[in-house]
Each structure stands twice: as C-alpha cells, then as structure tokens.
Ligand binder design. Structure first.
Ligand code: ADE
Ligand code: ZN
Length: 345
C-alpha cells in the first residue's frame, strides 16, 4: 500500500545528515544581514531563492558559503538551530544528528565557542521543549588542508563533551578521505566517533577509504557505491548505514530525476539506507518532503517507508536501549496505521 502524507510525517524517525548551515532560509539571511548591517548581493528574498539553481556540488557550495557569512554571533547560531528543530519536529523527527562546519565561521573571525555554544543551547532547549534528542557532529572542510583540519580539531577539544563525532564534507572530487587519515586517527584517540561524506560526487573507492582508513561508522550519501558490486555486497553484509539525501541528489545532479534515484535498489539489496535532507533551505524541502518525493517517484510501499524509519534509528548514535524503544514505537505506529482511516492513502 502506498504511504499517505500523514503516515510519512507521523512515523517516528531520526535525521542523520543535516548541515545546520544548510537550514539557513533566505528570510533569515535577510533578517541577519539587516541586524548586522551587512550588504547582500540580492535585492530581495525572492531573488535570493531564485539563485538556488545548481549544476553540481561546487556551484551549490559557492552560494552556501557566501550565505553563511550572515551568521556572526552565538544568538544567530541559536536562532538558526532552533528554527530547524521546530521544522524537523513537525516532520516527525524524534532524534537529530546535526553537522556544523566550524572552518566556515572561524575563517570570518567568529569564535568556535560562539558557534558550538549557540547550536548546543538550541539543541538542549529543543530536547526540553520538543522532546527531540540530538548529537552534534563537527565536519572538516575537505577542500582545505589536513593541517587546517587538525588545528580545528585541537581548538575544539575543550568542547569535546558537546561533540559526538567528526565528519568530512565540502568538495569531494580530488579530496579523498585518506587526506585526513591523521586527523581522524587523532579524533578517534580522543573518543570521538567518525562519519564522512563519500560517494556523492566522488568514486566508490572513496567509500572504501572512508571505511578502512577513517573507520567511519556510516557513510554520508554513498550512492555511487552502486558502481562497484563488491562494495555493495560489503555494505549490505556489514549493514554500513548510508545517509541518503534524495532532494539534494537531484538538485546537485547526482541523479537527473527522482525517478532515476537508486534508493529503492539499494534498499532491496539489504543496505541500511536512510532518508535525510542535507541542506533543506537550498534543496526544496525538509526530511518529510524527502520521504514524500522519493516515495512517490519510486513507488515505495508503507512497509518500505517503515523500514527507512527503522533504519534511521538503527544507524543513529543513540544507545541500544533508546534504539529498542524507538523501534517498538515505529512498529506500533505502522500497525496502528494499518487499521486507521486517518492514514489511508
Ligand atoms: N556541505 C553541505 N552540503 C554538502 C554536500 N551535499 N556535500 C558536501 N558538502 C556539503
Ligand atoms: Zn551533506
């Protein structure tokens, strides 16, 4: 049976691939620019939104890093994060693992402490008011040097208790995971977990490197694994989670149309595929929109959407006891929906 919108929004789920800077809506860009007296290249919110047409990852990153320049102080990071939590909550997200890019901000003279404290305060408030749990993941910009990543890691260690994991993002092609082997080894030695973007625009070898060299516990995107049958078999056998972002993949032309997306094929092969929003302010929707669009385009069943939600909990950094509780709630939600007219298609 095809899932209804109410089913997709209502089913409890975790979001595991979300760049907090990617939730910066054009309205907030204008508000913050006004507040800080910063000039903008675009005359209106509509004109800025119009600029969100991308040919590839780099053309998006250029716009994304430029917009982030309006984030100047702790209260900006707090407002940005809390606005995201409210939207995610409305989409049925019960647990979120949020990426942030410290180097984008420290390069402009914003302190790492302001970034981390602003985000963390909002996450804590979100837990108290909305009941959403969270983890914070600090990403290194892979187009910059490994030395700069190492310096960022060292600067973040005083805030280690607020950070669950380190990740790797930005321009993938030509910046393999192995470039950051020493940084990730140091992060692991400090007790931090590791994840990395791989196989979005980069080749399947980058996915293997992320697993073998960086020892990641899941792969962000990973959709190009399909070009290597042995890698697909490995990902299935080891249940390595992929944090797939369908709207992002279409906007950045990893797939031409949503109908071409390989999410269902990977799910059918037994991979632990999850659905996430990446940079929702830029790609046309938050996490429920990603579930909806990919479900419609690929004809996913209610059982497959339930599997995706269950995978998101399995792939999260939550403790086992919380995972068991959420898996039971997901099962109960799906069973209730089976005989409830509110969720009929
Ligand atoms: N930073 C924000 N979104 C990204 C993506 N989709 N790939 C790599 N780096 C990113
Ligand atoms: Zn991403």
């Amino acid at each position: 049976m095809p899932p209804s919108e109410a089913f997709i929004r209502g089913i409890p789920k975790a979001e595991l691939h979300l760049h907090i800077e990617g939730t910066l809506e054009p309205e907030m860009v204008f508000d913050l620019a006004r507040r800080h007296g910063l000039p903008l290249r675009y005359p209106s919110v509509a004109a800025l939104r119009e600029a969100y047409h991308f040919d590839n990852l780099q053309s998006f990153l250029d716009v994304y890093y430029a917009a982030a320049a309006v984030l100047r102080d702790e209260s900006d990071f707090h407002a940005l994060t809390y606005a995201y939590l409210e939207r995610a909550h409305a989409d049925g997200v019960v647990h979120t693992e949020v990426f942030f890019d410290p180097q984008t901000h420290t390069a402009r003279g914003v302190s790492l402490e302001a970034v981390i404290r602003g985000i963390h305060a909002a996450l804590t408030e979100g837990q108290a008011r909305l009941g959403m749990t969270h983890r914070l993941i600090m990403c290194f910009l892979r187009h910059l040097s490994a030395d700069e990543a190492m310096a960022t890691l060292e600067a973040a260690l005083p805030f280690k208790d607020l950070i669950a994991a380190v990740g790797l993002d930005s321009a993938e092609a030509g910046n393999p995971p192995s470039k950051f082997a020493a940084v990730f080894a140091r992060a692991r030695s400090e007790g931090l977990l590791t994840v990395a973007h791989a196989g979005e625009e980069g080749p399947p070898e980058y996915i293997s490197e992320a697993l073998d060299v960086l020892q990641v516990r899941r792969v962000d995107h990973g959709v190009r694994c399909e070009e290597d049958a042995r890698l697909v078999a490995r990902l299935a056998r080891e249940r390595v989670p992929l944090t797939v972002c369908p709207l992002s993949n279409v906007k950045l032309r990893v797939f031409r149309r949503m109908e071409d997306h390989n999410l269902k094929r990977l799910l059918d092969r037994g991979l632990c595929v999850t659905v996430n929003s990446d940079d929702p302010a830029y790609f046309g929707g938050y996490v429920a929109e990603n579930y909806l669009e990919v479900s419609r385009a690929l004809g996913l069943s209610r059982a497959e959407v339930t599997q995706l939600a269950a995978n998101s909990i399995e792939a999260s950094l939550l403790p086992q006891a919380s995972k068991r509780e959420w898996q039971e709630k997901i099962r109960a939600f799906a069973a209730r929906a089976a005989d409830c007219r509110a969720y009929a298609p």
